[in-house]
Write a protein that binds this ligand. Sequence first.
Ligand code: HSE
Length: 321
Amino acid sequence: MIKIMIVGFGNVGQGFFELLNARRDELGIDAVVTEIVDRRRGFIRNPGPEILPDARAGRQLGVKVDPEDIPRLITESDANVVCEFTDLNIRDKGEPAFTYITTAMRSGKHVITTNKGPVAFHYDELMELSRRYNVGFGFKGTVMAGTPSFNVLELLPGAHVEYFQGILNGTTNFILTKMHEGLSFNDALRLAQEMGYAEADPSLDIDGVDPALKAIIISRVLGWRHSLDSMEVVGIRNIEMAGNGVVKLIAYADEKRAFVKPMVLDPADPMAHVNGNLNAIKFKLDTLGSLIIIGPGAGRVETAQAVLTDLMSIVRRYGLR
Ligand code: HSE
């Protein structure tokens, strides 16, 4: 049996729990969530679907946990896969998620995360640990939720990426779309928060940090070494809608440079028509030319899809059953 421990049971964790329960038989895997640990909701073993309403309401589900005990619970768990779904924290460079992930790997557990911080700030170390302990490390959900992004390159062996460019943040794209329709910045932001697209700290979206971290993650997968310190990152806080051009918050990277900034797009550019909370990415490839993928980049089921994608690829690669 594949035993899964979930660390962080907010929207993404709940969405994955539901999707796994609904699709387990169809996928032909004997995978069960055996433990959930969450700072607010507590520690619970062998959870059933009846926990979801209380989890959604943020109520305590099981034994209270001291956050300092979480690494010990991870080490002692007999799960073989740890799904890390805690919130993004850039002040501490992805902690405590980084500690949770490395603790899981060091105790021989495969890891799936949707948290951009640890991956963007500690990519090399995480890759090295996953090799050393021979465990899988999936992080598809950090970029464009379940919509294929960097993982599509696995289908294109030998192709070289010259650059990529994308709309990688749903919240700001939603705000810009609504502002084009005449809404004020603040009203549009409030709506984006109500819809659940925004980060817990929405300044990470508005100031462009979230799409910058996503561009860093894609870059690292491609072997390019960009970081927040080396990138120009401009958000949409002071944006003004002027003229008829379509303004989008664009993330760009090639091997030498990377940036995030608002840009006026030509109406003939397909990216100019990616509206609302949708994301898009264009890979410029030497073999195919431009490949553009458009799809949702946030949301409960949408992100749960990414976790399922990672889980199935670990199941296949490591022969879990
Ligand atoms: N706040 C992010 C966004 C969520 O708006 O795109 C998904 O990473």
